[in-house]
Write a protein that binds this ligand. Structure first.
Ligand SMILES: NC(=O)c1ccc[n+]([C@@H]2O[C@H](COP(=O)([O-])OP(=O)(O)OC[C@H]3O[C@@H](n4cnc5c(N)ncnc54)[C@H](O)[C@@H]3O)[C@@H](O)[C@H]2O)c1
Length: 281
């Protein structure tokens, strides 16, 4: 109920998880400001939603684009109440020794600078709204199970998603005294276009269902299952939560990686891995 009538900005809105949040919040009666770098898919989503929507194509790594998206929302609706800062890219699945500086910078630019720019723009607008007598707000960041675990074939992604938790904590401290809550979801394995580029490689898009079968719930998640937690964190039901990261991962983060029962692909053996237990190799 607390979502109805609110204005929510969603980044990465044209993607699997962003579009699921958009549909969920639209069903709850929100008005939406949608941002994505893919203008065509963004326009297609906006045209199908049954609520007032501003679609703003832009790059979350660009200061000007992020500020322009907020300004476009404010021009249309007069304010922005809620933010789901969700855009992200995985970067290439590659050996640590082969990761290029260009790929590192691109992942950090979108996943980390993009979230910083989104949080900063959100707070600048919240502070302007507070001066006009409208206080409060809520932000949800899309973190990842990669915020909580390491991986040597996706180093920049994991480092960026760990960094998202640093932004989460600082932003929660900043927002608390002015009534702005900041929380994060940490999805596990949800088949979307995120890893489609890696195809059949271990950990690639075609491998997600197999990996998800090692999680406690033994299946991948859906966009709707992430979106329902995002909606909860944005809404008044989470009024006493801030600075929290909520795993939505079928139990993957609960699995002990020192047990051979695995979890989210933790124990996939590699050919020639001399340290792998013989039963697993
Ligand atoms: N799908 C999963 O299993 C999973 C798990 C954990 C975390 N996540 C995170 O969820 C978020 C959404 O991922 P998804 O699964 O929906 O993937 P997706 O590829 O379906 O969606 C990502 C969206 O972000 C957009 N985008 C990419 N770069 C952008 C940029 N520079 N500026 C603006 N938009 C940009 C893309 O166009 C796309 O629409 C990401 O942050 C991702 O890291 C996903």
């Amino acid at each position: 109920m607390s979502i109805a009538g609110k204005v929510c900005l969603i980044t990465g809105a044209a993607g699997g998880l962003g579009s699921a949040t958009a549909r969920r919040l639209a069903a709850d009666g929100a008005r939406l400001v949608l941002m994505d770098i893919d203008a065509d898919r963004l326009a297609a989503l906006a045209s199908e939603l049954p609520v007032e929507t501003v679609a703003h194509a832009g790059d979350v790594a660009s200061e000007a684009d992020v500020d322009a998206a907020v300004a476009a929302g404010v021009a249309e609706f007069g304010r922005i109440d809620l933010h789901h800062l969700n855009a992200g890219v995985p970067g290439p699945l590659t050996r640590l020794a082969d990761l290029s500086v260009q790929d590192w910078d691109r992942v950090m630019g979108i996943n980390l600078r993009g979230v910083f720019l989104g949080v900063r723009a959100a707070f600048r607008q919240y502070e302007a709204q507070a001066r006009d007598g409208v206080s409060g707000g809520a932000i949800v960041l899309t973190a990842s199970i990669a915020s909580l675990r390491g991986s040597d074939d996706l180093l920049a992604y994991h480092a960026s998603k760990h960094g998202v938790l640093g932004i989460l904590k600082g932003a929660a401290l900043y927002g608390g005294p002015i009534g702005v809550r900041v929380n994060a979801v940490a999805p596990g394995i949800v088949p979307t276009a995120l890893f489609a580029g890696a195809g059949t490689a271990p950990g690639g898009g075609d491998d997600m269902a197999r990996r998800a079968a090692t999680t406690p719930l033994r299946r991948p998640g859906t966009g709707d299952e992430i979106a329902s937690v995002v909606a909860f964190l944005l809404g008044d039901g989470a009024a006493y939560m801030t600075g929290e990261v909520v795993s939505v991962d079928g139990g993957a983060a609960a699995v002990s990686i020192v047990r051979p029962s695995g979890g989210a692909g933790a124990w996939d053996p590699r050919p020639g891995d001399v340290r792998m237990h013989p039963e697993l190799a």
